[in-house]
Write a protein of this length. Structure first.
Length: 472
């Protein structure tokens, strides 16, 4: 077993042993840390997982460190910066988004803090042990007048090169944000001479707003996958996206929709227990890739207990795009052990036909064939079996069955996030969220179907929840 993006390229690092499962064989239920622990950065070292999180503790230390044998049971063991050891260049506020990575025989902690002028900057500290103590480099690694945050480290074994990736915090001044990359030296503490910053992606999809942040890179089957989060961290629109490329420097193609989301409000948390999932680490477990991320309680959005730590499996579609948790939403029920081969049922699996009774109002029967989305990544498209070539699309707020004109607009109108039903919360039913108008969901209205905003006062989840029967 190899830790994607890290252990696979540092052969001297011990990896999760594939022997007796022991405690790692137990079932679990989210959250795995039920207190405020935002922006989890996770790494494997020697014989355990280590996680660092945003913030300062009550004792004045920064960036709590937790240890776990299984990604489920976590024990606090200290902090990157104990009281009195904060970086001298920082003004001792806003310690955000730490990660620990094994670099050239040592452990580097990459993090965000405000400098003496109050500007968010990326720093790095190093230690010969994952638990610390860590010694700061003495100055920021990355700065920008509008701020830089959310650093991550990635080593590419094939290129024999390593990089730091970060966000330029332009949304703080109302501008579009960018994720950047630059090559670092063998110690990971300074940039390679004559290397340059390269823009990887920028906020340009409807669901993202003007914010993309929290990058994490893995390499799979020769492709680079850049996971990131988008929109505002403090509301239910916050989600996880991903972009992929054949080259480390791009160009990157984004998934059309979030691969982890819970964007339908549920103030009572009666169906959707969590909201605003984001800021993930992606690691390789014994069986599957696993995403560790944070989320709010849906009924306590923006309040205590804060952003809790969550864990969910990643599966991969035939089109090469990842699918996280319960059809791209957080799992709420007890899950089988992370060491098992179990998978979570998926809403509307591509390649299958389904009978959807409510869709019969479109006048072409109620049987539909599901494909990977015409705008791919976290999406599906539905073709009428009775009228081959005609796809479910929205136009001017009305749902139609129409043949493709092969335009980008049609492809966007005919692509949907197929999510667990808004009233069931399971794959026993489904709800469709628009890709290019992400507040809009397919609903029954009178004798037809419409795309309606979930924030419309007249919106009722029951009319956006559709029973489905797979056709043999």
């Amino acid at each position: 077993m190899l830790l994607v993006g890290e252990a696979e390229i540092f052969e001297e690092v011990d990896v999760w042993d594939d022997g007796d499962d022991g405690d790692e064989g137990k079932s679990f239920c989210n959250p795995v840390v039920a207190q405020d622990a935002p922006d989890p950065g996770v790494t494997w070292a020697k014989d355990a997982w280590y996680m660092v999180t945003t913030g300062q503790g009550p004792d004045g230390g920064a960036f709590d460190i937790r240890r776990s044998p299984d990604l489920v049971s976590w024990q606090a063991i200290g902090s990157i910066f104990p009281p009195g050891s904060h970086p001298k260049w920082s003004n001792n506020t806003d310690y955000w988004a730490p990660e620990i990575h094994h670099v050239n025989g040592r452990f580097n902690a990459y993090f965000t803090a405000r400098n003496e002028k109050g500007v968010l900057s990326v720093g790095v500290a190093t230690s010969d042990k994952v638990e610390g103590p860590y010694v700061d480099a003495g100055q920021p690694l990355v700065t920008d007048p509008v701020g830089t945050i959310d650093p991550t480290f990635f080593r590419d074994q094939d290129l024999d090169a390593q990089y730091v990736i970060w966000k330029v915090d332009a949304n703080s001044v109302g501008k579009q944000t960018t994720i950047k990359i630059r090559e670092v030296d063998d110690k990971g503490m300074a940039f390679v001479e004559n290397s340059v910053e390269v823009d990887l992606i920028r906020s340009d999809l409807p669901w993202e707003g003007i914010v993309i942040e929290a990058p994490w890179m893995v390499k799979r089957n020769g492709e680079y996958y850049l996971f990131y989060s988008g929109n505002c961290y403090a509301n239910e629109r916050y989600c996880v996206g991903v972009a992929r490329s054949a080259s480390i420097y791009g160009p990157y193609k984004k998934a059309a929709a979030p691969i982890l989301q819970q964007s339908a409000p549920d103030p009572s948390a009666s169906v959707r227990k969590f909201a605003g999932p984001g800021h993930c680490s992606v690691v390789q477990g014994k069986r599957d890739m696993i995403m560790v991320y944070h989320a709010w309680r849906a009924d306590k959005l923006g309040g205590a207990p804060g952003r809790m730590v969550m864990v969910d499996r990643i599966e991969w579609g035939a089109d090469g795009w990842p699918i996280v948790g319960n059809s791209c939403t957080p799992t709420c029920e007890t899950q089988p052990p992370l060491t098992s081969t179990s998978s979570v049922p998926r809403c509307l699996e591509p390649g299958r036909c389904y009978i959807i009774p409510e869709f019969g109002v479109l006048g072409a029967g109620n049987e539909f064939r599901v494909y990977s989305g015409r705008q791919a990544g976290g999406t599906v498209s539905l073709e009428s079996v009775k009228k081959p070539g005609c796809f479910l699309r929205h136009r001017f707020g009305i749902i139609h069955l129409e043949p493709s004109d092969f335009s980008p607009l049609f492809d966007a109108d005919a692509s949907w996030s197929a999510l667990p039903g808004l009233t069931s919360g399971t794959a026993a039913s489904f709800s469709l969220r628009s890709v290019n108008y992400p507040d809009n969901w397919v609903t029954v209205r009178g004798a037809g179907l419409e795309a309606c905003s979930i924030y419309d006062k007249s919106f009722k989840p029951a009319v956006a929840d559709f029973l489905v029967e797979p056709k043999a």
